[in-house]
Each structure stands twice: as C-alpha cells, then as structure tokens.
Design a binder for this molecule. Structure first.
Ligand code: NI
Ligand code: MN
Length: 227
C-alpha cells in the first residue's frame, strides 16, 4: 500500500492497484495550495460526512476522474442531484466487497450536514480490509466506546486519527483511541488547517511515544509506502 497526504483529513491510499481518496478538501485549504487538484487520481472517493472541510473537492475530482463515490445514503443522494450518478450508498455497520478489499462503514461521534445546510445523515468512518493490509479512517469523531469493537472485527495495520481537538478528539483522547483500536501505527490528521485546531506536533509525538505508539505527521503532498 502507498499513502499520500493532501492535508486536513484527505488521504489517498493505493490498495491493490486502486486509488482510494478520502474526504477531499484541498482547493480551499491554504496549507495545500501547492497541490494540483486536477492531477489527483482516484478510483473511489470515500466521504465520511457532509461537512465542507470533507467534501469541498468531491464534485470536481469525481467529474475529472470518473471515480465512484462511497458514503452514506443521504450524501450519495445529495451528490446524485449534482449530476454525480456514480455513487455507492452504505450506512452504519454495513460492509461491502470491492475490487480493492472489503469496506465497512462504521460509526463516528460528530454531526453531518451538507454545505448547503441540507441533511447529511449520520457521520461515519471507514474500515478497509484488504490482502495488502487493514486500516481505519475515523472521519471526524470524538473518542467513543465503539472503537473498542474494532479489534473484535479486524486487526489494523494503521489508522488515520484526528488530533486537532475542538471539533474532534485532541491528542490525549487520540492516544486512548489508538489503545481502543489496538493499533500502534497512527497517522495524524485534522490539525493546523484552522486556528481552532493548531497542535503542538512535538507534544503529540511524545504523547504517543509515551504510550508505546508511533504517531506520524506526513507533509502535505508527500507519500509513504506501507508494507
Ligand atoms: Ni466535521
Ligand atoms: Mn472536519
């Protein structure tokens, strides 16, 4: 697997030759101004919830690439009305096999409305199980007991966790989340994009280190290979 960070909660993960793009919010993100949205490849766009900072570039990238968008029923219907018919609806607790692996749409403790204020269904998260490895993108969430279910469902190789606090978990809760999900390899997301969520990266790294875990900060636009 290969992962690339596009800032905020947007990750691209290449799994079994397919590009999965999570929560694209790139063109409005000043920290990602060097990223060319039209050059981003995607076979699937996975959307955790309807907030602007997770869907801003969905329409553009879906139209550029023809990617299939995957999210909850309400979000898929909202994009269908915008002419993006290549959608796949799921809902909490459901799983489906795709050509890259098995995808579970899991819970998140947050809120969800579309940029125009319309109903976005419940917020969610994604668990991906594949022959190349298993991982979890939490979307926006606070620390939640549901995370303790994940080790009963699968063994994670890595996870993307929000650490920015204020709108989601902060550092301390993210360390607890990594314990709940029994995963030692964590990638930080949902930090520094806005004034509300600026973090002390050294303190965050140390907090995870103290718990015997690795927290990685990937530079926006940079990639990492995962065995
Ligand atoms: Ni949100
Ligand atoms: Mn958010």
């Amino acid at each position: 697997m290969k992962l690339t960070y596009y800032g905020h909660s947007c990750w691209q993960v290449e799994v079994n030759g397919k590009n999965l793009l999570f929560d694209p919010f790139i063109s409005p993100n000043e920290l990602a101004s060097h990223i060319k949205v039209e050059e981003i490849k995607a076979d699937y766009i996975l959307i955790t919830h309807g907030h602007e900072d997770h869907v801003a570039d969905v329409e553009r990238i879906a139209k550029n690439t023809g990617a299939k968008i995957i999210s909850n029923f309400e979000i898929i219907n909202w994009f269908a009305k915008k002419g993006i018919e290549n959608g796949y609806p799921m809902n909490i607790g459901g799983k489906c096999k795709f050509d890259f692996g098995t995808l579970t749409y899991f819970t998140a403790q947050h809120s969800s409305s579309m940029p125009d204020g319309s109903y976005g269904g419940n917020p969610g998260s994604f668990i991906i199980e594949s022959t190349q490895g298993n991982f979890y993108h939490t979307g926006d969430t606070g620390l939640m007991m549901d995370m303790k279910l994940i080790p009963l469902l699968t063994k994670l190789d890595f996870a993307f966790l929000p650490i920015g606090d204020n709108f989601t978990m902060g550092i301390k809760d993210a360390v607890l989340a990594s314990e709940f999900i029994e995963c030692n390899n964590i990638y930080a997301m949902h930090y520094d994009t806005f004034g509300y969520i600026v973090v002390d990266k050294m303190a965050a790294t140390q907090a995870f280190k103290n718990a015997g875990k690795k927290l990685s900060f990937i530079e926006i636009g940079k990639s990492e290979n995962i065995k």
